[in-house]
Design a protein. Structure first.
Length: 132
């Protein structure tokens, strides 16, 4: 029970204390030119939007943890390159819970992450608008 509360606290803290979730700093090691960055972020926006929609559908359908796992795993991968570390960590924790088949906890954690996912997508879309 205390581990469960600890994981939940980490997720709530991660999504409530970050002023911004979109982060391009992890790409700095790739020495990308500006014209190379735009297509990456455009692809991120399409994939992130599609995957968030899929997550929302699974949450509405009350899918089990094993069904949520591949969606959260995909989001975790995107967050690893394009999000603040605290969001990446929170998604990874929710993904681990779902991968282990704990549907009830997985649903709660994924639901708690949903607002941060939408904010992250909004920030990506804002960056794309400002880049144009």
């Amino acid at each position: 029970k205390s581990t469960e509360q600890g994981v939940h606290r980490v997720i709530i803290h991660a999504v409530s204390t970050s002023p911004s979730f979109f982060n391009l700093e992890r790409l700095s090691g790739y020495a990308l030119e500006a014209d190379e960055l735009l297509p990456l972020v455009q692809t991120l926006e399409v994939d992130l939007s599609r995957t968030i929609d899929e997550l929302n559908q699974k949450l509405v359908a009350k899918a089990d943890g094993l069904a949520l796992h591949p969606v959260l795993h995909a989001l975790k991968g995107m967050a690893g390159m394009f999000a603040q570390p605290n969001l990446h960590q929170a998604i990874a924790l929710a993904d681990d819970v779902c991968r282990q088949g704990d549907s009830e906890r997985g649903m709660v954690l994924a639901h708690d992450l949903a607002p941060a996912m939408h904010q992250w997508l909004t920030e990506v879309q804002g960056w794309l608008r400002s880049y144009s």
